[in-house]
Design a protein around this ligand. Structure first.
Ligand code: URA
Length: 445
């Protein structure tokens, strides 16, 4: 195989064979193929796309390029949820204990936040003592005992994707649908769960800006999962506005605990119940209606909250914080953003709110930045809500008073007001299940 020939073939819209893709990934991972040739191929793929068969093979080759986790002993019960990333997205903290309480086994690797988006691993570190790295045997044992274990991504999981993603990031080739789909799914396949539910976000705070693009990505990922024998479904959810009211690590954990105790914001609860329903349906082999009833029983009956406390403790965290979230404390400095005129809040750009939270210290500007677990934003109003002149729309929290002005300006830039009433946006645009069927799901609080 000559890399030059593959680039030439793809440049003219040809189809790479399975052997070519497998060899190319092996030779790139071991350093034989240089970055400049791989960049040229990525750009050719960006313009010419890939067939499903090429995308499936690329995903599998990347998944097998490093360690793979074996969860076969749990059968279909092992289940993972993946979010394509958002602002205020604390769904794992709620969904994972609901599903574990229902009998699923959530053995999950999660990421850290970067830029305007948050990461579950950072949020979990709000609990003093919580261990986000466990040896493989302890990870599997905890998953079996508690039904739930969440750790940071293993360094050697899909190393081909790690190398390729870093290359795509600096060669303007991230936003290619087959490359995004294969990148995400290679890590999901390597992580070993038999069932996978994808939360594909769309809107101003997400990779995919429109429901149509998000749906195309979701359909490709569902097809990849099914082609590799995984029960896979995707939910397209709104990330035009942040999810829930809290943005920032300890504040998001507190909000997740409110939902687990039967309260919390309606939008967050609705998205969580939809995701949990799909995870229970796939992992516990239930109909959607049965799974929904089970999810609601686990949430409203307190089993999910009990499971959450058990999980935090099992992973070394101080569960007294789960019982009394006031222990997380508040950041030293606060600020406010108020409505400059009366009317309605009509938009709240999720990316800008995430950026404002990052400025306050809740997120990382670069991979090496240190985050402040108590920093963040509490949004008191959401689009569609009526507002009065001078009413507080958002409260800001930080340990660094010098960040407040820039963060407040960024929050102001995120907000749009209208004199007339505006409709609330849909929360869930579509569910793509394992028949690649497209259905509308009514959001139910
Ligand atoms: N997230 C990933 O893991 N890979 C991509 O290509 C894009 C988003």
């Amino acid at each position: 195989m000559r890399m030059y020939d593959l680039i030439e073939k793809k440049k003219h819209g040809g189809t790479l064979t399975d052997e070519e893709i497998r060899e190319m990934i092996a030779l790139y991972t071991d350093g034989t193929i240089p970055d400049y040739q791989m960049s040229a191929l990525m750009m050719a793929i960006y313009f010419q796309g890939m067939t499903d068969a090429e995308t499936f093979t690329l995903t599998e080759a990347m998944a097998k390029s490093g360690d793979t986790v074996c969860l076969d002993r749990f059968g279909d019960r092992s289940v993972d949820k993946h979010s394509t990333g958002g602002v205020g997205d604390k769904t794992t903290l709620i969904v994972a204990p609901i599903v574990a309480a229902a009998g699923g086994i959530v053995a999950k690797m999660s990421g850290r936040g970067l830029g305007h988006t948050g990461g579950t691993v950072d949020k979990l570190e709000s609990f003093p003592g919580f261990r986000t790295s466990l040896p493989p045997q302890e990870f599997a044992d905890q998953a079996e005992r508690v039904g739930l274990a969440v750790i940071g991504q293993s360094a050697n999981l899909a190393p081909a994707d790690k190398k390729l993603y870093a290359l795509r990031d600096v060669t303007a080739t991230v936003d290619s649908l087959p490359l995004i789909a294969s990148s995400i799914m290679s890590k999901k396949l390597a992580a070993g769960t038999r069932s996978i539910v994808l939360d594909v976000k769309c809107g101003s705070g997400a990779f995919m800006r429109t429901p149509e693009d998000a749906t195309r990505l979701a359909e490709t990922m569902v097809r990849i999962g099914i082609a590799h024998g995984r029960n896979t479904a995707a939910v397209i959810t709104n990330m035009d506005i942040p999810l829930g009211h809290a943005i920032g690590n300890a504040m998001e954990v507190t909000e997740a605990i409110e939902v687990l105790r039967g309260g919390g914001p309606d939008d967050l609860r609705t998205v969580c119940l939809t995701l949990a329903t799909r995870m229970i349906a796939l992992s516990c082999k239930k109909s959607i209606d049965e799974a929904r009833t089970i999810a609601e029983d686990c949430l409203y009956g307190g089993k999910a909250y009990a499971k959450f406390c058990e999980w935090i403790e099992a992973q070394g965290g101080d569960a007294s914080y789960a019982k009394d979230p006031a222990l997380f404390g508040r950041a030293a400095h606060t600020g406010e953003v108020c409505a400059e005129a009366g009317g309605y809040l009509s938009a709240c750009n999720a990316e800008l709110i995430g950026t404002a939270a990052m400025i306050l210290g809740a997120g990382r500007q670069t991979k090496d930045s240190v985050i402040d677990l108590r920093a963040g934003i509490l949004l008191l109003k959401k689009p569609g809500d009526p507002v009065e002149k001078g009413e507080v729309i958002a409260r800001l929290f930080t340990e660094r008073a010098d960040t407040l002005d820039a963060a407040a300006d960024t929050v102001r830039a995120a907000l749009t007001f209208s004199e007339t009433a505006v409709e609330k946006q849909p929360l869930i645009f579509a569910v793509i299940d394992n028949h690649a069927v497209f259905s509308k799901e009514e959001p139910t609080p």
